[in-house]
Design a protein around this ligand. Structure first.
Ligand SMILES: Cc1ncc(COP(=O)(O)O)c(C=O)c1O
Length: 398
């Protein structure tokens, strides 16, 4: 019989009944250590008391009112994000794709309203992932996701990630901006070199373009700073966020400078659910934790320690692993055997991970990961690695 739940995912045959911190439990009592965090989203882990209390309290008062009225929680959240970042103004929506879509609309509209209506194209990068709407599929540009969905939405030009000559060659009379992930997540935890982000900023300044960063996966503390681009010391024109922003409650956001934000006025962009009281209560609670003095430094330190342990593991089992990359708690383990085999072996050991492009296994645990859970995860990963040593390598070692 055709599944009632549309089969758009090849799901593991596992259902979790509850969670606690970095752990997820099945109804039959099995415990899994969650190094995937719902694809880099459960930033405070599971059942975080501050987050669940904030959601419960808000749900008991009022959940949704629409954006026809003032929403104090949204105003407070926006002000806090403005105070903590480059942004002058924030728009709330419901997902990463929607945030990116709105960000591109904003860039196009800014060009149109400053007498440059012919400038609507975005330069994007090979290996990118920007979401599943029709326009964001085209911004992603990967044939794997586009096949069968008709003509591409016009306005997205792709060049190799990290190649500044290609970027400069692609800038034309119709270019409005550059859309880039500071660290490509789905593409395989590929970080843009810091100089690349700085060179992109310089090119945007030179040609009057907008620099729009997709920080849906690498933002909201994941790399040890509130946003990843801070580490390159650049000031973007707009940044999208989602995933970890509300700790697992669906939410997206566009952060922008006034120069861009002033072009979206009543009637030009909108959403029914975006920034509703419940979502904002969740996001404010997440931000309480992220902005606690020392918290982001701890994410960076925990990430660096995990990175070092993983580097040791790579050296210990070169038949299975080829390298480690990433920043903070956004780590990619480059595999020498199929990453899906390693992912399955990890699952056997009760460790949840997420596969990505370039045969990389993503290690993206909750940002609240404890030292003890990091050590337990490493122990499980070592056992999983042993399961993956190819037979010929085992024979040679005898
Ligand atoms: C960098 C990036 N942008 C956009 C998206 C799309 O986000 P969503 O699935 O919330 O639409 C993702 C999701 O994986 C992502 O990693």
């Amino acid at each position: 019989m055709f599944p009632a739940l549309m089969p758009t995912y090849a799901r593991a045959d596992l259902a979790f009944e509850r969670g606690e911190g970095a752990w997820l439990m099945t109804a039959d009592g099995r415990r899994f250590l969650d190094f995937g965090a719902g694809i880099a989203t459960s930033s405070l882990g599971h059942a975080h008391p501050h987050l669940t209390a904030a959601i419960a309290a808000q749900a008991a008062r009022v959940m949704h009112v629409s954006n026809l009225y003032r929403i104090p929680g949204a105003e407070r959240l926006a002000q806090r994000l403005v105070d903590a970042t480059f942004a002058d103004s924030v728009f709330f929506c419901n997902s990463g794709a929607e945030a990116n879509e709105g960000m591109v609309k904003m860039v196009r509209r800014a060009m149109a309203e400053t007498n440059r209506p012919g400038r609507y194209r975005m330069i994007c990068f090979e290996g990118a992932f920007h979401g599943r709407t029709l326009a964001m599929l085209s911004a992603t540009g990967n044939e794997k996701y586009l096949a069968g969905f008709g003509p591409r939405v016009d306005g997205f030009d792709h060049v190799p990630f990290g190649n500044m000559n290609a970027v400069r060659n692609a800038i034309g009379a119709e270019t409005a901006g550059i859309l880039v992930e500071p660290i490509q997540g789905e593409g395989g935890v590929r970080a843009a070199p810091e100089f690349f982000l700085r060179d992109l900023r310089a090119a945007c300044d030179e040609f009057g373009l907008f620099l729009a960063l997709d920080e849906v996966q690498c933002g909201m503390g994941r790399t040890g700073t509130l946003f990843a681009h801070e580490q390159a010391g650049i000031v973007p024109d707009a940044v999208s966020a989602a995933k970890g922003i509300a700790g697992g409650f669906p939410m997206g956001a566009i952060l922008a400078t006034e120069t861009l934000a002033k072009h979206l006025r009543p009637g030009s962009h909108g959403t029914t659910f975006g920034g509703n009281p419940l979502a904002c209560a969740a996001a404010n609670a997440v931000l309480d934790v992220l902005l606690t003095p020392g918290f982001l430094a701890q994410v960076a330190a925990r990430g660096a320690a995990l990175h070092a342990s993983l580097t040791d593991l790579v050296h210990a089992v070169p038949e299975v692993f080829a390298g480690v990359r990433g920043q903070g708690l956004m780590i990619g383990l480059v595999c020498a055997v199929p990453s899906t085999d390693v992912q399955s072996a990890c699952l056997e050991e009760g460790l949840l991970t997420v596969a990505a492009g370039e045969n990389v296994l993503r290690i993206v645990p909750p940002l609240t990961l404890t030292e003890a859970d990091a050590a337990e995860g490493m122990a499980r990963l070592r056992r999983a690695a042993r399961r993956c040593v190819p037979a010929h390598a085992l024979a040679a070692a005898k």
